[in-house]
Design a protein around this ligand. Structure first.
Ligand code: NAD
Ligand code: DAU
Length: 360
């Protein structure tokens, strides 16, 4: 492979995926294609922007002509697709933005792959398992497509889709489109569905970075409902490593769940953040507990997510490189050292969103 387009490379997870590929593959040109929405920030890639195998193209995936120009310029061998509207709360207030980017934008990319790649409908997955791979569409998706779990059980790759929010429905729709293009046109694809990520570059509208930011500034920590909702957390660099490994080692037509078997109820997670942050900031133990504020619940809030990543572990020997304790400590250190980044991304448009979300 000579050229790989990574969409959404200026965002949280995308920036770590771009870095992983740029550093590990000097022989491949990595094209970061991103519209730079409120969630995209080229500062996330400052350390690698001068590497000879890195390129940036500003484009909106809803604009097929802009995408076509980029495909004509680079003739990509593969696309790793992360660009998306990613915040569940925003999907509740503005679902159309999610349908436009996550569904229509993904369809635009699929159509261009179909246009530029020599696809053969006879080569649908499984029929030629040992055929060397020329092209690949790698779709980065989420565990939220599976819906919500009760007290027990895990999401496995064969769990039926049951998305509950406009965000997860838009991601489910895009997963279905990817598989449909594989089945109908022979598009070589891989999909991975990952649990909640945390780590550097995480936009502070999401629970962990929002609470880190608010603890620093002694602002309220908004906990939805009773705080007894469960999420399964994975360090973002472990997700990027998994994508890299799956991209090069997995067979096309496969799906992998990615997760670290690391479930936390939101309220317990916040207590842990407070414990570590108060210690780091030299505050008395438990000082920031007073900031915990129970607020109105998210409509249709999914109760529990938990990923079973056994298949990825058994087939590709992938496992997380850090424990949650180590990952959280690294994350806290990063946010404390990068307060300028935090101040930059939380000014302007985000500030208006925050005020509306939490003070109206
Ligand atoms: P993010 O919101 O931090 O970044 C999204 C990136 O996509 C930004 O750089 C943004 O500028 C870009 N983008 C948005 N709309 C675009 C458009 N129309 N055209 C081009 N670029 C556009 O998101 P993230 O948390 O890094 O998530 C990346 C992907 O991973 C998403 O597809 C998401 O569904 C998936 N995912 C996220 C998580 C998580 O915990 N954050 C977990 C599993 C899967
Ligand atoms: O599971 C993967 C998904 O994880 C990704 O697909 C999404 O892109 C990503 O945003 C994330 O979705 P969540 O809704 O789980 O993440 P969020 O950080 O928004 O919320 C985590 C939990 O914390 C959830 O139960 C809602 C709750 N919450 C969130 C916020 C922002 C609060 O209690 N208070 C808050 O202020």
């Amino acid at each position: 492979m000579k050229n790989i387009i990574i969409t959404g490379g200026a965002g949280f997870i995308g920036s770590h995926v771009v870095r992983e590929f740029v550093l590990q593959h000097p022989e491949i040109t990595i094209i970061n294609l991103d519209a730079l929405t409120y969630a995209g920030n080229l500062e996330n890639l400052k350390d690698i922007e001068k590497y000879p195998n890195y390129r940036f193209e500003k484009a909106d995936i809803t604009d097929i002509e802009a995408l076509r120009r980029i495909f004509e310029k680079y003739h990509p061998d593969a696309v790793i697709h992360l660009a998306a509207e990613s915040h569940v709360d925003r999907s509740i207030t503005d679902p159309m933005a999610f349908i436009n980017t996550n569904v229509n934008g993904t369809a635009n990319l699929l159509n261009l792959c179909k246009e530029f790649w020599d696809l053969n409908p006879e080569h649908t997955h499984g029929r030629f398992p040992n055929k060397p791979r020329k092209n690949l569409f790698y779709h980065v998706s989420t565990d939220e497509v599976y819906g919500s779990l009760g007290e027990d059980g895990f999401f496995v790759e064969t769990t039926a889709y049951d998305p509950k929010s406009p965000y997860s429905a838009s991601k489910a729709a895009s997963d279905h489109m990817v598989r449909a293009y594989g089945n109908t046109y022979g598009l070589p694809y891989i999909i991975s569905n990952c649990s909640n990520n945390y780590g550097p570059n995480h936009f502070p509208e999401k629970l962990i970075p929002l609470c880190l930011f608010n603890i620093i500034h002694e602002r309220p920590l908004p906990i939805y409902g009773d705080g007894k909702y469960t999420r399964d957390w994975l360090y973002v660099i472990d997700h990027a490593r998994a994508i890299h490994q799956i991209f090069f080692e997995a067979k096309t037509g496969k799906t992998y769940n990615i997760g670290g078997f690391n479930e936390w109820q939101n309220i317990d997670l916040i207590h842990e953040l407070i414990r570590q942050m108060d210690a780091k900031l030299g505050r008395p133990e438990g000082y920031s507990q007073k900031l915990i504020t129970f607020v109105k619940d998210r409509p249709g809030h999914d109760k529990r997510y938990a990923i079973d990543a056994t298949k990825l572990n058994q087939e590709l020997s992938w496992k997380p490189s850090v424990t949650f304790e180590e990952g959280l400590a690294k994350t806290i250190e990063w946010y404390l050292e990068n307060q300028e980044w935090l101040n930059n991304v939380t000014s302007g448009e985000y500030q208006k969103y925050y005020e509306k979300q939490y003070h109206s």
